[in-house]
Design a protein around this ligand. Structure first.
Ligand SMILES: Cc1cc2nc3c(=O)[nH]c(=O)nc-3n(C[C@H](O)[C@H](O)[C@H](O)COP(=O)(O)OP(=O)(O)OC[C@H]3O[C@@H](n4cnc5c(N)ncnc54)[C@H](O)[C@@H]3O)c2cc1C
Length: 472
């Protein structure tokens, strides 16, 4: 149904972006065939990669692709975990990597104006240099603004400060037809018709290509402190979290992490976590406007946790100590990556986390598969890792493919069923992409999916934009 890219079309693309911003050599194109999802069977080479430098070029590419009916897959940093930027129908990959300028930090409006290819690490740098704070903190800082918006990325600070959607105020978007639209702007409120901007956020490149964004910024919090709290039992650790809310404390982040993955990451990084005790940890990050307030918050949390049988409370109050802790936490992925098949992204009501994690342990025993599980305790987002290895006597032991292959789907199904039973959804922040597509109907009703498909037809009647993602 889709047209292949012939010499004539390639020439037309070259006229739009220039030869040096095109890739079609098979050895180089391979890099654009996958994201961070591990299994190679979902990968596919595009026929061509184009790297536009301005919005007019993106518009011209889409106009051409729409006329000729060629699939187009937008691509950011390719840090996605569900195959979202994989060109599963071939065709053109539009990589936003050349549109990488922070255009303005507008101090009067406390907003940043950025191109879609700005990497998160560069965005933080620009924002911090201007004395502002951008709270969402997804784990991989090489992700790009366009991809982060297209997945409505979250991260550990979501419980207090929300996710990407809460900060995006304006978008420049190129539609499948090649038309350019501007949604929202440097405005804090907007009740003017349907909110198309919020429809684009989280649409995974299926409704339009984001080329520019206006992002709201906050003042930097004066004091930040991290607490590491070891427990013997996960249940006790997680039970402590709602008790913080009862005391009217809203931490910036509360993560739960099992000892085993900390041990592996300590070895990988040759760095030490502040505690050797217990089987599971809460990592609580607090912000406050004064040292007195910070001390009071820390003391109350320590009391709550000690009442729930915490073994100790370690305080990291210097920037260096906090950075070391965060480094270990954020490098868990790298430390176990070679043995990870898939990272689930289930979100359940916060109070359901202990029961859901209990189910994970049960499934792990039933299928005899290692499922290290950690995540954002305060917002209900649980990342269960489906592994192709065992963890025994402090060491990782790879398992042959014949043993893990057929178990993956059973694990997904059992955990997605449990998530539905608890009123959760199958993705809290990573998106659906290709990998979770077969499970969308587990949690969304027929009518909802039908409405989504209808919207897709309105935005993209020829189905050229990231086809085959979210639903067929
Ligand atoms: C170590 C690690 C930790 C992570 N931690 C978190 C976390 O804490 N929270 C979280 O939310 N995610 C996390 N992720 C997942 C990932 O970083 C996010 O999904 C991120 O938003 C993807 O951005 P990207 O630029 O890499 O997008 P890509 O992977 O390139 O693309 C993702 C999707 O967005 C679409 N897209 C990309 N650019 C555009 C554009 N300009 N316009 C329209 N559509 C576009 C693609 O087509 C695709 O569907 C993590 C991933 C890793 C590897």
């Amino acid at each position: 149904m889709y047209r292949r890219i012939n010499q004539k079309i390639r020439k037309e693309l070259e006229e739009i972006v220039g030869r040096r911003n095109m890739i079609f050599e098979s050895d180089m194109i391979l890099d654009y065939s996958h994201d961070e999802f591990s299994l190679p069977e979902i990968a596919r080479d595009p026929e061509v990669v184009v790297k536009p430098c301005k919005v007019e070029e993106v518009a011209a590419i889409l106009c051409l692709a729409n006329q000729k009916i060629i699939p187009v897959t937008p691509r950011g940093g390719a840090t996605g975990l569900c195959g979202g930027c994989v060109p599963s129908e071939g065709g053109i990959v539009v990589s936003l990597e050349n549109m990488n300028r922070v255009l303005e930090i507008d101090e009067n409006n406390q907003m940043a104006v950025v191109e879609a290819g700005v990497r998160l690490m560069d965005f933080y740098k620009a924002v911090e240099e201007a004395g502002f704070f951008f709270p969402p903190h997804p784990g991989d800082e090489s992700a790009m603004i366009g991809g982060l918006i297209a997945t409505n990325a979250g991260g550990s600070r979501a419980v207090k400060y929300g996710v990407f959607r809460n900060y995006v105020k304006g978008l420049e978007v190129v539609l499948a037809s090649g038309e350019i639209i501007n949604l929202g702007g440097r405005i804090m409120k907007n009740s003017t018709g349907y909110n198309l901007m919020n429809l684009i956020i989280g649409s995974e490149g299926t409704l339009g290509i984001v080329t520019k964004a206006v992002i709201n910024l906050l003042p930097q919090p004066p004091f930040i402190r991290s607490l590491i709290i070891p427990f013997d039992e996960l249940e006790k650790a997680i039970e402590s979290v709602p008790l913080m809310g009862k005391e009217k404390i809203l931490p910036m982040a509360v993560e739960f992490v099992p000892r085993e993955v900390i041990q592996i990451t300590e070895k990988y990084l040759k760095k030490k976590w502040p505690s050797m005790e217990g089987q599971t940890y809460l990592l609580v990050i607090l912000d406050a406007s004064s040292e007195e307030e910070m001390d009071k918050l820390s003391e109350t949390i320590a009391e709550i946790c000690m009442d729930r049988e915490a073994l100790d409370v370690y305080v990291a109050d210097t920037q260096k100590k906090q950075e070391e802790i965060l480094e270990i936490r954020s490098m868990i992925y790298e430390a176990i990556k070679d043995h990870t098949l898939e990272i689930l992204d289930i979100v359940v009501p916060r109070a359901e986390i202990p029961l859901h994690v209990k189910k994970v342990y049960e499934v792990s025993r039933k299928f005899d598969i290692w499922l290290p599980t950690f995540g954002h305790a305060a917002d209900g987002n649980v990342h269960t890792h489906i592994m192709k290895a065992r963890f025994e006597n402090g060491e990782i032991h790879p398992v042959p493919e014949a043993e893990w292959r057929e178990k993956i789907d059973y694990v997904r199904r059992e955990l997605y069923k449990d998530c539905k039973k608890r009123g959760g959804v199958i993705s809290g922040e990573h998106g659906i992409g290709l990998v979770k597509k077969p499970f969308l109907s587990f949690v969304l009703g027929e009518k909802q999916i039908e409405l989504m498909k209808g919207l897709k037809r309105v935005f993209d009647p020829r189905n050229i934009l990231n086809p085959g993602k979210i639903f067929d």
